[in-house]
Write a protein that binds this ligand. Structure first.
Ligand SMILES: *Cc1c(COP(=O)(O)O)cnc(C)c1O
Length: 422
C-alpha cells in the first residue's frame, strides 16, 4: 500500500460523514465497475430514498385520485411547503423567504419582472462576463422586454487581464462607478466555470448602497457553500436542485425573496398558487398574494418533480450544512494537494487556491494542445472517472462531500495522472 493510499483510507476512516455515501446510488460504467463520480456540479446522485418518495405519490394518486390533494400521506395541496424549512436552512433564510417552484431560469425571469424596474436614468444591469449562458440570455431578453439593449445597458465585469478570479474590490468599485445608473446587479454564488465562490456579503452591500436591486444565482452554491441570504440582505436568489441538491434531472428549483418584500406591491406575474390559500378556492377575480416568497408561485407544484427533492433535503438535514462544508473543504483540499504534488507542471488549477474562495469544484486546465487536453478527459472517462469538459479547455471535477470519499479523490487523481502522461 502506498503512503497516499494509506492516507486516503485513514481520512475515510476518520470521516464523520462517510456513512452518508451509502444513502446514494453510485453509478456503474458499462463494464460493471463502480464509477468515480465527481460530477455533482452538473447532476447530483440519486438518494436511495427518492424512489420511495416518488412511489408514494404514484400510489396515492392511484388510490385516491383527486382526493389526494387533501388526503395523500403528504397532501399535494401544500406539498411544496415541506421543502421550505430545509431549504431555508441551506440558504440562511426564514422559511417564509423561500419557495420550491419552477426551474432556475424561469424563476430568474419572475424575479426580474419584480425587481428589475428600469427608469430613464437607472437602466443598467451588471453581471459577470462569463456568466452561464442561460443567465445572460435571460437578462438580455429582460432588457429587450423593457426596450433596452445589451450593447448599451448590460455591464459585464471580468477578472483583470491575466487573472482568473474576480476581485471583490474591483466589483465594488465598478458598482460604485455605475452608481445611480444601475438598476440591477446579478451575481453567481459560485462561478460555474472557474469554481470561484464570490464574496457575496460586501458585493450585495455595495449594490444596495448604489440603490440597485441585487439578486444571486445559487445554481452552484446551494448545498455547496455556507449562505446567509437573510442577513446579507439580498433582494432575491434563485437556484436549481439537480446539482448539489441531488433532486434529479429537471427537479423543481427554488427561489428566495427577502422578508422586506414579503408584502410588496411590486409588479409580478401572478397565478392562482400565489394567491392566499384561505380564499384561493373561492375563485374570486382579485389576486391576493401570499405574504412571502410563496406569493410568487404561479402554478400548483409538480409533485413528482418535488418528491426526490424532499428525499434529498431530508439527508441534508441529517448531515447538517456546517458538517458538509467542513468535509468539503478537507476533501477538495486533498484533491488540490494531490494534483499539485503529482501533476503540478502538467495541470493548472484555475479555481482559487484558498478554500474560502471556492466550493467543492476544482476546474483544471491541462497544459497540452487543445485536442490532447480533450483527449485526456476522454481517457479519464474511459477509466471510470466522471467529470466534465467545458469548451474550450476546462475539466471540472467536484468531489461531493455527501457521497465522495478521500479514496475516490485519490483514484481520480491516479487516473488523471495516467491520462495526462499518455
Ligand atoms: C445549471 C445552471 C442553470 C440551469 O438553468 P435551468 O433553468 O435549471 O435549466 C442556470 N444558470 C446557472 C448559473 C447554472 O449553473
Amino acid at each position: 500500500m502506498t503512503a497516499d493510499v494509506a492516507d486516503a483510507l485513514a481520512r475515510d476512516a476518520a470521516d464523520p460523514l462517510a456513512a452518508f455515501a451509502d444513502l446514494f446510488h453510485q453509478p456503474f460504467d458499462s463494464t460493471g465497475r463502480r464509477s468515480i463520480y465527481l460530477c455533482g456540479h452538473s447532476l447530483g446522485l440519486q438518494p436511495k430514498t427518492a424512489a420511495q418518495y416518488v412511489e408514494q405519490e404514484l400510489k396515492d394518486w392511484q388510490r385516491l385520485g383527486v382526493l389526494g390533494h387533501h388526503t395523500a400521506q403528504r397532501p399535494w395541496i401544500n406539498y411544496h411547503e415541506q421543502a421550505a424549512a430545509p431549504l431555508a436552512a441551506l440558504v440562511g433564510a426564514q422559511p417564509t423567504e423561500v419557495v420550491a417552484m419552477n426551474s432556475l431560469t424561469v424563476n430568474l425571469h419572475l424575479m426580474m419582472v419584480s425587481f428589475f424596474r428600469p427608469s430613464r436614468e437607472r437602466n443598467r444591469v451588471l453581471i459577470e462576463k462569463s456568466a452561464f449562458p442561460s443567465d445572460r440570455y435571460a437578462v438580455a431578453s429582460q432588457l429587450a422586454f423593457h426596450g433596452l439593449n445589451a450593447a448599451e445597458h448590460l455591464i459585464e465585469i471580468e477578472p483583470r487581464p491575466g487573472e482568473r478570479a474576480l476581485r471583490t474590490g474591483d466589483v465594488v468599485r465598478r458598482i460604485e462607478q455605475e452608481g445611480d445608473k444601475l438598476g440591477m446587479v446579478l451575481l453567481p454564488g459560485v462561478q460555474y466555470l472557474t469554481g470561484q465562490a464570490l464574496e457575496l456579503e460586501p458585493l450585495i452591500a455595495a449594490a444596495r448602497r448604489a440603490g440597485a436591486a441585487v439578486g444571486v444565482d445559487l445554481a452552484h452554491a446551494i448545498g455547496n457553500t455556507l449562505l446567509n441570504l437573510h442577513d446579507w440582505n439580498v433582494d432575491f436568489a434563485v437556484w436549481c436542485s439537480y446539482k448539489y441538491l441531488n433532486a434529479g434531472p429537471g427537479a423543481v428549483g427554488g427561489c428566495f425573496v427577502h422578508e422586506r418584500h414579503a408584502r410588496s406591491d411590486l409588479p409580478r406575474f401572478a397565478g392562482w398558487w400565489g394567491h392566499d390559500p384561505e380564499t384561493r378556492f373561492e375563485m374570486g377575480p382579485q389576486f391576493l398574494p401570499i405574504v412571502g416568497a410563496q406569493g410568487w408561485q404561479i402554478s400548483n407544484p409538480p409533485v413528482l418533480a418535488t418528491a426526490p427533492l424532499l428525499a434529498s433535503l431530508e439527508i441534508f438535514q441529517r448531515a447538517g450544512m456546517q458538517r458538509i462544508r467542513k468535509k468539503s473543504i478537507a476533501l477538495t483540499g486533498f484533491l488540490q494537494q494531490l494534483i499539485e504534488t503529482r501533476l503540478g507542471s502538467l495541470v493548472d488549477i484555475i479555481t482559487p487556491s484558498i478554500a474560502a474562495e471556492r466550493g467543492c469544484q476544482l476546474s483544471l486546465r491541462i497544459a497540452r494542445p487543445a485536442d490532447a487536453a480533450r483527449h485526456c478527459h476522454e481517457l479519464l472517462a474511459a477509466a471510470g472517472v466522471v467529470g466534465d469538459w467545458r469548451e474550450p479547455d476546462v475539466l471540472r471535477l467536484a468531489p461531493a462531500p455527501l457521497y465522495n470519499s478521500y479514496s475516490d479523490v485519490l483514484a481520480a487523481v491516479e487516473a488523471l495522472a495516467h491520462a495526462v502522461r499518455r
